[in-house]
Design a protein. Sequence first.
Length: 324
Amino acid sequence: MPTPVNVTVTGAAGQIGYALLFRIASGQLLGPDVPVRLRLLEITPALKAAEGTAMELEDCAFDLLSGIDITDDLKTAFDGTNVALLVGARPRSAGMERGDLLEANGGIFGPQGKAINDHAAGDVRVLVVGNPANTNALIAQQHAPDVPADRFTAMTRLDHNRALSQLSAKLGVPVGTIEKMTIWGNHSATQYPDLYTAQVNGRSAAEQVEESWLKDTFIPTVAKRGAAIIEARGASSAASAANAAVDHVHDWVNGTDWTSSSVVSDGSYGVPEGLICSFPCRSVDGAWQIIQGVEINEFSRGKIDASVQELTDERDAVRQLGLI
Ligand code: NDP
């Protein structure tokens, strides 16, 4: 057996954690031949619930699961970690202002970034799922000056998968016939799912749907899908979010020609350097690359700029709060 890969999951006792851990332990995150050791980080009151999840993991008798550590200590959670999935976050409660939310999350993601900086393995890869994911990822990244910035990412893969599914249903084609789907910007209601980049059976997707559907149905349906699921299910999406996290890390490690990932901007497409923004990305040799040369029409430009402005505002707010 090769040496196990250390995978840390924060907020492990939560809904997404519950859907995620079994997929990781079964080999779907890193591959069917890669043993994993799980590190579950939780806040102290949730440790007992995490222990319950760990008992269930044991009861699955996964061949690839070489051990489980449960802790509320950051050093223990991130010591030697190769893959860190930062899921636990402070949800927005009634009456909470945006500044309060950013501050509460700064108190979580700043120390986690520092612990990753000080204790993680040299090849650590970080995916932030907990919202506001892009800005939480920025906070963590800014507290980890010794880790290459491109190891910090935020999840827009669920938005990407939702966009694939909506287009597939509209055109009555299998998801596998759709290529070059792209989510630009922030993982929020301002995100821009771009049908002008996407192709179906080698032809522009935008040309195969009505413009009114693209603008008035597709974009808002993808952007507001999370709220629609809460309305229908009475709870946030969890299994689909966990599935997207698995897709993101799997493709990062194993390679892909085209997907959407929130990565540190190098100034591509006019996105200010340093923001963690969703772009069309490929993964080569275990590293994300922003795909260059994508044509952006005037409509797309406006949508991308609006979402990037929101990211800039969030960055300025956390700067003002002294969180980065
Ligand atoms: P979930 O497991 O449902 O969600 C966790 C985070 O993922 C939330 O910030 C949520 O954002 C976010 N998220 C991102 N994308 C999605 C999506 N598409 N659908 C749903 N959620 C999404 O939350 P729970 O409350 O069930 O569990 C959170 C756990 O985290 C708790 O057990 C808590 O104790 C723990 N926690 C751990 C911390 C730590 O380890 N230091 C710190 C803080 C909390 P949104 O709220 O916007 O839906």
